[in-house]
Design a protein around this ligand. Sequence first.
Ligand code: UFG
Length: 339
Amino acid sequence: MSKTVLVSGGAGFIGSHVTVGLSQAGYDVVIADNMSNCDETNYKGVCAILGKQLPFVKMDFCDAAAVDALFNKYRIDAVIHFAAYKAVGESVAEPLKYYKNNLGSFLNVLEASRAHGTHVLFSSSATVYGEPEKTPVTEESPRQEATSPYGNTKQMCEDFLRDCVRAYGIHGIALRYFNPIGAHPSALIGELPRGVPNNLVPYITQTAAGKRECLSIFGNDYPTEDGTCLRDYIDIVDLAKAHVCAVTRMLEDKMDEPYEIFNIGTGRPVSVLELVKAFEKVNGLKLNYKIAPRRAGDVTAIWADPTLAEKKLGWKATRSVEDTLASAWAWEKHIAGKN
Ligand code: UFG
């Protein structure tokens, strides 16, 4: 009998790609989302890609009774928790909003998981490493004090999961994502930022599409080769596959420890300027951009050592940054065509 995976935040950017990956790998998937930061585009795209309707529950994970009812209705073997606010700047301005939502919802997931013996995969972030002393970072690299409430919620949720695994006999995995970008090759699901995008790739594609006038490159005086920041841009479909590997590892009892952490990145640093130039080249267009002052809170350089994920999850990034940037542009054109 196939196993059932609950994807909280399954209508969002990462959740929708993970849902497709899980379903294609043979899992039954239940999507739950409060739609606070997305519309139905990705849910409809997921169903179109898979050629079937997946169960969808509109609910808020801060509502403990609703979470309890969901776990009682479906026999859930594992939950992947994405449902959270994710704007770094907003979290600085409104920390309580972030603490209440991101911590409260995860506590409810953990409570229900304890009651039902459900395994938990948490979507963490490379932000937990702060400005690393050494690059690339391994899972053993020290976590640094968070520079935003958003980052703090990632660290706290990792700790909540570790402690609950120890106490309640469930299994847990935290995946620390680097910079997820791109879209599904079908261009039916992708990132749908509300308002002005904070992240680089949606800003690039919106500029190319004429929705934004000019991309600002935040700083070219960093101590890197071309002066712009270095990041590890991980393709969203590759990222989704890492979740399938991690869920399978949990459900097939293949974990070495009941709580494990994996970096999910490519291991290749790419500068902001390199990314912009790669986007121009692969899509055959010129981007309007300018050099602007540094953005507060940005780290100079961070990229993953993904060795552990390869060794233990059997997972490795495969899609080139060019293919990923082509998919991001295809997605932008797809949504522009709908508006
Ligand atoms: N950048 C620009 N111009 C833009 C947007 C971004 O030059 O308009 C630069 C940034 O300065 C940075 C790089 O592009 O050097 C990547 O920026 P993103 O905002 O795309 O990504 P970050 O590395 O800042 O963000 C990531 C994750 C967040 C996480 C954050 C923590 O996407 O979820 O790290 O620092 F919270």
